[in-house]
Ligand binder design. Structure first.
Ligand code: MCN
Length: 767
């Protein structure tokens, strides 16, 4: 089936926040810090206030009760304590990164608002900056938050089994320092917020390009002192999220509604691309000191990984990223002894929160690099060492012994990792890798093959809710809180309700991300809509189905077991002419006269709350060409085997994997957020921050699916939205090393830029 949302979107009928236009609207612009670390001595807004068309200028002092730290986006887990520090809506006393909001201007046009920013004078007393995460934990490093006395926001040690004793018996211990650098999620639409306060009704309506409208509504109501029935947050069409739009709150998400209430006029703020490059959260940046111990046959005896996560200036998302990294490290391997330690470290940079993959690409990069290195040292094949260590289906459910981001045990619910590996070798023509490497390498160009395996905890709870309804015209509708940023929810959720109620899914209306229609839910992140929101739709649709069948059986004088729902009708099995349309049944369920036995209407609300996360898995192989003279890496072919349990919509799943893979390639080959020693970001446009274009993704891509249904939800589904991105850095590093095997290189860093390749070749070959 085609995607239900596409005709509307490709014919320009989408509604993005930028499209929201209301009479009397004012426009906002944000003055951002141009320095990474400084005390604010003075802010003079008088020049801006005098500019014609400026309605008002805010600084921290003018925000009254809002002049305090914003609430964190996630509640702390008792197992993982943290010294939270979150943004103020506007910086007070001190700025801690380039891009931090300092003042907020509201004017009659966006151009006047931007002009006014130039008239605001800020005097900064510069402070020493701390940019590098390893230097940030050294004694005497400048402190991002002086009151803490340290830059360490959180430190956690976790032990499973006894690594020291296991490694003392090892034949080989491989050790490395790995660095995965900073990157972001680049949605086509940057962030945007519009708000309107209706003074007569006392209601606040906010349009927000967010992945989590319901938590934003709940938080805004509390912050602004309104009952939550008076606050409606709508995430209309959202032009991509990729993680950074899952904040509760960004400063602008508070400032725009506050300004709308202060002026009694609608206010809109639309972020520029350049602002996004410093003000939208980023991720990835970690440094790992990792080692793994193996016996002579290549069996893993234990894994040790002490790592640093650069969390930037604040910790809005707590320690979710390092927890996910840690829990992704063991991957599909049978590892009984583990020793982890992570530190989440403040630096003078844009804050970190999950970006598609959320700490997993780093974990897979580190783990798979260790596997490759061990294979090399043991003289084993990269495939053989993996095969030796894979958890088998009869060992499921497999408890890693760790505690996951939802506070529940990190237990793999299902999966068939040996089958993933064998399928990957089959579709990638593994037996011919050596021959192709020899025959296709020529001149300065070397061909190499890589492989990487992974397990991905997806579909975290706590719950989602859905409403399914058949209206008097027989139209089926689904309402859920989880917004779509492009994932295809308008199609997949329609499919689930349509199939259970016997109607064509393309006729099912799906409404997402509007607290005026659905008040309960959490949001679109952690690849959870298939595993959490879709089961809620399933539960609600099942309730409606039962109601339809019961009513039809009564009216048709038949047994409920004999009622079938198809083509928008409820009929007696074998007698399609003996039936009623859903429209007729809906009308009869809520008549204008007489009495009824049940609640009126063919409508039901239900929820789904998973006990734990569900664990998807996959394997990726790549063929690359590396030019040893220029250092350029070109992907020639990529194969991915993925298991997200029952695939609800194959086309959408395939599209999600394609998108993820391309994002992964950006992360490992092109994208890097670089800062100089003063904390000034050096790549703030797409001329400097390279994202893959169609020229870079013209390679062959083959995807195969395995389906081991999850026992933890009624659809057997596991997540896929982040899956493509997760193995890419690992697989490309493995392939680059293979291509450069004559030099004996070992890639320890992502991204792998041409200069890294050349440096690695010279280092390894002693040139
Ligand atoms: N699906 C399916 N069968 C499965 C699993 C999923 O048909 N077994 C479908 C789902 O119904 C949904 C899509 O595949 O339509 C992705 O499902 P899921 O893995 O549950 O992920 P979410 O819908 O929760 O989306 C979140 C995920 C994340 S965390 C990021 S980041 C991300 C991503 O999705 N951001 C995206 N994919 C994105 N795709 C687009 N176009 N834009 C983004 O911002």
């Amino acid at each position: 089936m085609k995607r239900n949302e596409d005709v509307r979107l490709v014919t320009g009928r989408g509604l993005y926040v930028g499209d929201v236009a209301l009479p009397g609207m004012l426009y906002a612009a944000v003055l951002r810090s141009t320095v990474a670390h400084a005390r604010i001595r003075k802010i003079d807004v008088s020049g801006a206030e005098r500019l014609e068309g400026v309605a008002g200028v805010f600084t921290a002092e003018m925000l009254g009760e809002l002049n305090g730290p914003l609430p964190p986006s996630v509640s702390p887990l008792p197992q993982y304590p943290i010294n939270y520090r979150t943004h103020y809506a506007l910086a007070k006393d001190k700025v801690r990164y380039v891009g931090e909001p300092v003042a907020f201007v509201v004017a009659t046009s966006p151009y006047i608002a931007w002009d006014a920013l130039e008239l605001i004078e800020v005097e900064y007393d510069p402070l020493e900056t701390v940019v590098d995460v390893e230097k940030a934990i050294e004694p005497g490093a400048p402190l991002v938050h002086e009151d803490l006395g340290t830059n360490v926001a959180a430190e956690k040690s976790v032990r499973v089994g006894d690594y020291e004793s296991a490694s003392s018996k090892a034949a080989v211990v491989v050790r490395e320092r790995f660095v995965y650098n900073r990157g972001g999620g680049q949605s086509i639409e940057a962030r945007a917020v519009a708000a309107h306060y209706d003074q007569r009704e006392g209601t606040l309506t906010v349009w927000d390009s967010t992945q989590a409208p319901i938590p934003i509504r709940n938080g805004l109501a509390r912050l602004l002192g309104l009952p939550d029935t008076k606050v409606r947050v709508i995430a209309p069409d959202v032009g991509g999220g990729f993680g950074p739009k899952i904040m509760l709150f960004y400063p602008e998400e508070v400032l725009v509604p506050y300004a709308a209430m202060s002026f009694g006029r609608p206010v809109k703020w639309v972020e520029t691309r350049r602002e996004y490059s410093v003000a939208a959260n980023q991720e990835r940046i970690q440094v790992h000191y990792a080692e793994a111990a193996f016996d002579r046959d290549g069996r893993i005896l234990g894994l040790k990984d002490h790592f640093l996560v650069d969390t930037g200036a604040y910790t809005p998302y707590g320690v979710m990223v390092p927890i996910i990294t840690m829990c992704t490290m063991p991957g599909p391997y049978r590892i009984r002894n583990m020793d982890f330690n992570f530190k989440s470290v403040y630096t003078n940079k844009t804050p970190v929160s999950p970006v598609r993959g959320a700490g997993r690409p780093t974990a897979v990069f580190v783990m798979e690099r260790l596997m490759d290195k061990a294979a090399r040292e043991l003289g084993m094949g990269r495939t053989a060492i993996r095969r030796t260590n894979l958890i088998t289906p009869d060992e499921m459910p497999w408890d890693t012994g760790l505690i996951y981001q939802d506070g529940a045990p990190n237990v793999y619910d299902s999966g068939n990792y040996p089958a993933v590996l064998e399928k990957l070798l089959e579709i990638s023509g593994y037996e011919r890798w050596g021959e192709l490497k020899r025959t296709l390498s020529r001149g300065s160009k070397r061909i190499g093959f890589g492989l990487a395996l992974y397990v991905e905890g997806s579909g975290v709870g706590p719950y989602e809710m859905a409403k399914v309804k058949v209206d008097f015209g027989g139209r089926v509708s689904v309402t859920t809180g989880v917004g779509s940023q492009g994932q295809g929810h308008f199609t997949v959720l329609a499919q689930i309700a349509g199939e259970l109620l016997g109607v064509d899914p393309s006729t099912v209306d799906v409404s997402v991300g509007d607290t005026g229609k659905m008040e309960w839910g959490v949001g679109t992140f952690a690849s959870r809509s298939a595993a959490v929101a879709a089961p809620a739709v399933y539960n609600a649709a099942m309730k409606v189905r039962e109601k339809v069948i019961k009513l039809a059986a009564k009216l048709l004088e038949a047994n409920p077991e004999d009622i079938v729902l198809e083509n928008g009708r409820a009929c007696v099995r074998g007698h399609p002419e003996h039936g009623l349309t859903l429209a007729e049944l809906a009308q009869k369920s809520a008549p204008l006269r007489g009495t009824i036995d049940e609640e009126p209407g063919l409508e039901a609300v239900s929820f789904f709350s998973p006990k734990r996360s569900v664990y998807a898995s996959g394997g990726c192989a790549a063929m690359v060409e590396v030019d040893v003279e220029t250092g350029a890496v070109e992907v020639k072919k990529l194969w991915l085997v993925h298991d997200c349990g029952h695939v609800i919509n194959p086309m959408i799943v395939e599209g999600q994997l394609h998108g993820g893979i391309v994002m992964g390639l950006g992360s490992v080959l092109y994208e890097e957020i670089v800062h100089n020693d003063e904390g000034i970001p050096l790549a703030t446009t797409f001329a400097d921050y390279l994202i893959p274009s169609s020229a870079e993704v013209g390679f062959d891509l083959e995807i195969a699916h395995l389906e081991t249904p999850s026992p933890l939800n009624p659809l057997g589904a596991k997540g896929v939205g982040e899956a493509g991105v997760i193995p890419i850095a690992a697989v490309i590093a493995s392939a680059v090393d293979d291509a450069l095997s004559e030099f004996g290189t070992f890639i320890r860093k992502s991204p792998i830029k041409p200069e890294d390749v050349l440096r690695e070749v010279s280092r390894a070959s002693g040139r």
